[in-house]
Design a protein around this ligand. Structure first.
Ligand code: F6P
Length: 344
């Protein structure tokens, strides 16, 4: 078979591991040929491709980023965009397309599935908020980076008797914040799922202070809301999928904490460091399982599906179900974090 592959949306550690696994299994086991579309849906719209073979996927397992590069191109917002995608899929004589991406990328995939294109999706986002799967590759790496940063912030915060607010990614769901916050021993965690109560956070920090700990760490997801109910954004520009550029909640929360406690407070935004660099062994393994499952589904003619992790098993669900809603963090996780703090 001739199979196309693309990586769309924000990059994510493990993208290369998915590409490598699908291509290796496809070539060695099924005698497939592969075409890589460059820069997500842009490459499909503009028919920009590169060959993918055993040699071109050699040595990429541990590399961050994506050898196919990526973009947030949305063909549905372009004049004739979907028709151009159909034309380039035909021009490349493709029997199937593997789309590696989050809800935006898979939303476009779904529009093409409705036009009878044979697609298998692979879930990708460090935010870990795609519904239908228990985990997206890249999340474990992002959490490891954030946790290491929180560990490092402890010593400098302690040395200066400061509060440090660490802003992490998480547009609609607080998976990275709650997981790295708990793993890193944060004193308070702000997530998009729950309004932030700054007065309560101030009480926790003062209680710590009164009990001899003169420093504190607060972790906050970029999509957490200010007490006014608004999100902190950088400018008013939206991307092709209508998303605002989030940034600044950490600094806003730091200022409020300093006002309410009188403790010197700093903020740090981890930003794209969470998305860069080499994937963890867990993410390489998950990405490899997803990549091989995707090419297996292609050969079972099981199209319109997204490969997912359920418990410890890889299975698949209808792709349209995964984009229907965001997978937010559970009340249990919020209760776990809250249970670690004193009653104030
Ligand atoms: O991939 C999701 C995400 O990591 C969000 O958490 C974040 O808001 C967004 O990407 C930022 O991505 P970019 O700067 O590439 O638009």
């Amino acid at each position: 078979m001739r199979v196309g592959i693309l990586t769309g949306g924000g990059d994510c550690p493990g993208l290369n591991a998915v590409i490598r696994a699908a291509v290796r299994k496809g070539i060695f086991h099924y005698k497939d040929e592969f075409v890589g579309f460059l820069e997500g849906w842009r490459g499909v719209v503009e028919n920009q491709t590169r060959p993918l073979n055993a040699e071109s996927v050699s040595g990429i397992l541990h590399l961050g980023g994506t050898i196919l590069r990526t973009s947030r191109t949305n063909p549905r917002k372009m004049e004739g965009g979907i028709d151009k995608c159909l034309a380039s899929i035909k021009a490349n004589n493709l029997d199937a397309l593997i789309t590696i991406g989050g809800d935006d990328t898979q939303g476009v995939a779904n529009a093409l599935i409705e036009k009878e294109v044979k697609i298998v999706g692979v879930p990708k986002t460090i935010d870990n908020d795609l519904s239908g799967t228990d985990a997206c590759f890249g999340f474990d790496t992002a959490v490891s980076i954030a946790t290491e940063a929180i560990d490092r912030l402890h010593s400098t915060a302690e040395a200066h008797n400061r509060v440090i607010v660490c802003e992490v990614m998480g547009r609609d769901a607080g998976w990275i914040a709650i997981t790295s916050g708990i793993a890193g021993g944060a004193d308070a965690i702000g997530v998009p799922e729950k309004p932030m109560d700054i007065d309560h956070i101030a009480k926790i920090l003062k209680h710590r202070h009164d009990n001899g700990k003169k420093f504190s760490i607060v972790v906050v997801a970029e999509g957490a809301k200010l007490p006014s109910g608004e999100k902190a954004t950088q400018g008013s520009k939206l991307d092709a999928f209508g998303h605002e550029r989030l940034s600044g909640i950490g600094q806003a929360v730091a200022e409020l904490i300093e006002q309410k406690t009188g403790f010197e407070t700093r903020s740090v935004n981890l930003g794209h460091t969470q998305r860069g660099g080499t994937p963890t062994a867990y993410d390489r393994m998950l990405a490899t399982r997803y990549g091989t499952a995707a090419i297996d589904l292609v050969h079972q003619s099981n199209f319109g599906r997204l490969v997912v992790l359920r418990g410890t098993e890889i299975t698949s669900i209808p792709l349209k179900d995964a984009i229907a809603k965001t997978r937010t963090i559970s009340d249990d996780l919020i209760a776990l974090a809250d249970g670690l703090q004193p009653e104030v």
